[in-house]
Design a protein around this ligand. Structure first.
Ligand code: NAD
Ligand code: GDC
Length: 333
């Protein structure tokens, strides 16, 4: 496969950038990476990759993107953490244009052997996520449908589109439901950041400024599992090239409260902060965890990188970004 064309939509983003890096590491020579952002805003850029700036909401751009492709990874979407998706529901739903046009273009290309779509745990029924002592989510818990408003509906609809393109048109589509992916080379400030990166930034800000307080959204008792990027890459490869036809969980099953996430980051930073809880801030569901029974059964593998280990890498990278941008002097001091 190493000389066949691999296409990554959203290649300027967090997971897309890591996927392109991983494909290069694994010897793929022909890679086309597309993103709407200007290249200088891409998290990872490689000169030996065909880097294309284009809006994949437009069918024409998707056709150009998928031309002669052997494999297509569609990771492009308008997304972010709870702070972004709760405030931009229409924008998140408009990603349906990307999801639909990439499927149409991949089908029309006639060369695509595998199509991978990045869905989300936000498809899951909200009624099943009311308790922080959550029962891990099984794939069938997406129905009856009551996904996260906006973003979750787009993902659920596009999952079904993948299924029907496979069933009706023979496009070998594979779908993974990512559960909160974190790691270096991702969004850490600006409003789209998710909790792991946000907490790292806030702890660093407190450390650098000397103001030893931290604002936490919600009461800190809400629970999540967080999957390190390397596990995400391993899972994408196994699912894209496997025979799991229905959407499958790709997430860690190490459940923590947000308070425990803050404990881990404080410990890594060697600091203890006074916690202020913002109960009006975007909180999402009260409890969410991945049931990995099926992926274990079907792949004999499931994400297993410990949160503490992944957070050490993530904190170190964000610290470097922060210091190189703001110095060690307090922001605005
Ligand atoms: P990201 O925001 O870093 O990457 C998405 C990329 O898509 C961005 O670089 C953005 O510029 C690009 N994009 C947006 N609209 C576009 C358009 N019209 N044309 C071309 N490019 C466009 O996000 P990520 O964390 O890397 O997520 C990748 C995929 O995984 C997304 O589909 C996301 O919904 C899904 N996902 C991510 C997580 C997570 O925790 N990171 C969880 C569940 C699902
Ligand atoms: O943003 P997120 O990581 O998304 O938030 C997790 C929990 O952390 C929420 O309850 C949030 O209130 C809390 N939290 C506390 N402080 C902060 O400073 C902060 N910033 C942020 N961002 N959160 C804080 C995500 C979606 C993704 C994707 C994944 C799939 O929802 O945003 O788009 O779909 O789910 O797992 P989260 O986990 O609610």
């Amino acid at each position: 496969m190493s000389d066949k064309l691999i296409v990554v939509g959203g290649g300027g983003g967090f997971i897309g950038g890591h996927l392109v890096a991983d494909l290069r590491r694994r010897g793929f020579k022909e890679i086309r990476s597309i993103d709407i952002k200007p290249v200088d805003e891409w998290y990872q850029v490689f000169d030996d990759v065909e880097n294309v700036v284009a809006d994949l909401k437009l069918l024409e751009n998707c056709r150009t993107a998928c031309e002669d492709a052997a494999e297509v990874y569609n990771l492009a979407a308008d997304m972010g953490g709870m702070g972004f998706i709760e405030a931009n529901k229409a924008a998140c739903m408009l990603s349906v244009l990307i999801s639909t046009h990439m499927l149409m273009a991949a089908r029309e290309a006639g060369t695509v052997q595998r199509f991978f779509y990045s869905s989300s745990a936000c498809v899951y029924n909200a009624e099943k996520q009311k308790d922080e002592h959550v029962t891990p989510l099984k794939e069938e818990d997406a129905y009856p449908a009551l996904p996260e408003d906006g973003y979750g509906w787009e993902k659920l609809f596009s999952e079904r589109m993948c299924r029907h393109f496979r069933e009706d048109f023979g496009l070998e589509a594979r779908v993974a439901r990512f559960h909160n992916v974190y790691g270096p080379e991702g969004t850490w400030e600006g409003g789209r950041e998710k909790a792991p990166a946000a907490i790292c930034r806030k702890v660093i800000e407190a450390k650098v400024s000397g103001k030893h307080t931290i604002e936490i959204w919600g009461d800190g008792k809400q629970t999540r599992s967080f999957m390190y990027i390397d596990d995400c890459l391993t899972g994408i490869d196994k699912i894209a090239h496997g025979d799991i036809l229905e959407p499958i969980n790709l997430g860690s099953d190490e459940l923590v409260t947000i308070n425990q996430l803050v404990d881990i980051v404080e410990d890594i930073a060697g600091i203890k902060l006074q916690r202020q809880y913002n109960l009006d801030a975007p909180k999402g569901v009260n409890g969410r965890n991945s049931d990995n029974t099926r992926i274990e059964e079907l792949l004999g593998w499931s994400p297993n990188i410990r949160l503490r280990d992944g957070m050490e890498q993530t904190y170190a990278w964000i610290y470097d970004q922060y210091v190189s941008k703001y110095g060690t002097k307090a922001v605005g001091a």
